[in-house]
Design a protein. Sequence first.
Lengths: 584, 193, 182
Amino acid sequence: MTNNTSEQFHSQPQAGRIGKNYVDGVNHFFPSAIIDEEWQTENQVTITVKMTSLVEVMKWLYYDQGGWLTVSFGNDERSLNGHFAVYHVLSMEGEVKSFVTVKILVDAQSQEFISITPTIPAAVWGEREVRDMYGLRPVGLPDERRLVLPDDWPEDLHPLRKDAMDYRQRPQPTTETETYQFDNQLGNDSNRIVPVGPLHITSDEPGHFRLFVDGEDIVDADYRMFYVHRGMEKLAETRMGYHEVAQLTDRVCGICGFTHSVGYSNTIENALSVDVPFRAKMIRTVLLEVERLHSHLLNIGLSSHFVGFDTGFMQFFRVREKTMELAELLTGARKTYGMNLIGGVRRDFLKEQRVKGIAMVREVRQKFSELVEVLLATPNINSRTQGIGILSKQVARDYSPVGPLIRASGFKRDVRIVHGQSLEAYGSVPIELQSMEDGDVYSRVMVRVREVFESLNVIEYGLDHLPAGAILTESFDYKPNKFALGFTEAPRGENIHWSMTGDNQKLFRWRCRAATYANWPTLRYMLRGNTVADAPLIIGSLDPCYSCTDRVTIVDTKKQRSKTVPYKAIEQYSIDRKHSPFKL
Amino acid sequence: MKGIKQLVGTAHTQTVPVVLPPNSQKLKDALLKEIRRSAYVYRVDCGGCNACEIEIFAATTPIFDTERFGIKIVASPRHADILLYTGSVTRAMRAPALRAYEAAPDPKIVISYGACGCDGGIFHDLYCVWGGTDKIVPVDVYIPGCPPTPAATIYGFAVALGLLDQKLKSKQHQPEAQKAQLKHTNIPLDIKV
Amino acid sequence: MFKLIKTVFNTGSVTTKYPFAPMSVSEDFRGKPELDAAQCLSCGACTRACPANALIMETDEKAGTRRWELSTARCIFCGRCEEVCPTHAIKLTQNFELAVTNKADLYEHAVFSLADCSQCQRPFVAQKLLEYVLDTLAQSGVPAAQLSERRKQLQTCPACRRANNMLDSDNISHLRFIKEQQ
């Protein structure tokens, strides 16, 4: 026992209760804060705490015990216990690796809850989303803008409430124009921003950026996402059964869809303690790595494109096609593999597929190594990517980003290794965490390059050592109102899902947090202090969903003028370094 | 409000697609003759998951190479002959998608790409989705798939440009012409069921 | 630089010949679903399993028909329909050349005539499905006399069956149990 809050807390270990020391620590330092403690699996616990103790418990777990905020979300539990609820999921990565979920109950009359964002900035998007979807007010949240719902959505309609609306209801748009407020945190009062909004002649890709510039240097940046919000979480509670949601999750993202599918299937399998056959786990592991291959090759190709190395871009895409063929060989489709059911997978890997697959892996490895050598020998790469877009360690610690972004800043966060024992077959395959120290664009590209080699090794190992046995188990029962987490490491970082089963052959609640969601808030800090020409490169190194960043408005804070510039023009400037589009 | 029809007051509405002027088909046929060897395509992403975007992108890379047919992806709808719509038209993207349509000069060809574009796909009835490209603009060619493979994309462009004929035709099946065959007849019924 | 030129040179041309030559896809490629109409019973399993509602069934009580429809437009090519079909009536082929200029060409239909309930005379199940169930029972050895009893029983709509069970005091299970005890 210790009285120093920032030392790792130790207590008597208990079998099948990994992470008990954190719960004991909360009881030790904050007596009577915990109202309820419930274990979902051997390394997942949910503690319900009093709202008055929330901030201090979260601060202790996050900063003092090596926790990272994975996702914050709400749930309408009025039919279960008369309250709404807000959950904050922490991935504990100190000495003991586990997941601790801190839950608070929100009174159904007052509908207010305490915001943890002033203490833990990473919660900002989660709490804004709770406000949009449930109408609960986060008290103390500095940023009260709408996050997820479009500007033309009526004010008092909160979709995820159980009694608010049918999932098919489409209310009349309330406005024809966009009303989102962009904020300039580092500018000063004498600057006036001319609101040349996202309402421009065309918006090709969903997502709008505003860079606040001083000549060529970026002072600050703000952006608007969620143009792609479709309403899937409500769909999963209404029209679909458990297996159909596995198909839906494949289409959450077209680049890392299979990871979402595995994450979702894991939530139900964890909640109901389903014993998934080992062969199915290995198949899932192989396919997760196949998806990583195509995504990293895509990003490395794009990075080459942004530094002006277009030949490299085409060559990387040529090699990438082989990985798509591999996916088609193993699953029947190049993308949207559709392989998961609750309890296992739908299709097996037959001998012919395994043999051909291993041959393809070896071909990709050889071709990729050649291209990487060429890439690193290109002078553009070093000069354009080293020292650019640095993600400082403090910002990283505050915002809990995930994936190659954070691994390139020296933190060893990778769900496949940190929580590998409870994630599919990762505990049994040869895999090493790749990280670098500098935190710039070059480091991120290198982390991805190394991860490609790791993935190729895992795929070859998995196909070669596929364990015998069944691929699906159906010997389990669905019990109502059971919940658990499911987590996977997508190419962009950690995807996390949480679901609660319902009592009507459907889900009661499903929450899906993609990796990029956690990474976006750090982007403005990475852009500050860099030049505009490097903006596409930095945004690309974040590896956002390919088409999320098309429209950019340049606001010159000194000259107090602004101009909307097509993204292609900035890209062109990034590549050619001539004809700046920013002559305002 | 323009382009919106009320079904149940302001609580539930649906979109009204843009209406084509009467002689547009003739103009489109004339256009197709002109652009057969050189078509400029502009992508409009109306809120898809991005799988379609990546497959369109893959179609432009060396293995499939749309540029050998003169198909080029352009950066502005003002330069476009063909508009390629992906995604199931989310609420946030309805107005921008219409603006892209209006910005492209007439006559133009509209292609609806992927299951989401063709009829809303798996999201066809959600609250934040209007349900497919033809709910907002008139569509000339549909390319189904989830996502359509690059080969299917090339085939789709060939159909749009009039180089190949469509192969699919609607079918009316005759299920009662024959009795259904029993399966696994050598396994006892109690074990089968 | 030289390495790059060498790599490019050695690779040569990789562009596929499609559409001037046929494109080969993997054996398990998930293309367009095709219906073997003879095997279809209108049981509706595919309609329930389809995540995108590309498969629809509509009943027309007045005309006594049930219509099955497949929309290739909305299909997401997942293959769940193939997995759940009890008679292997619907299968995914390798066909990916699905682009059309006329949207109506993306739809397929099949119409089933419905049998009437022997009690209330309202149509409720496809004749073909009823015959299939009786054929299955016959093939598993149920004697002819029992079969005609089963036919009457099977050709009763769910509402009438519920009503029968509630009013049939001789056969209600809890009463049966009490009688046995005595």
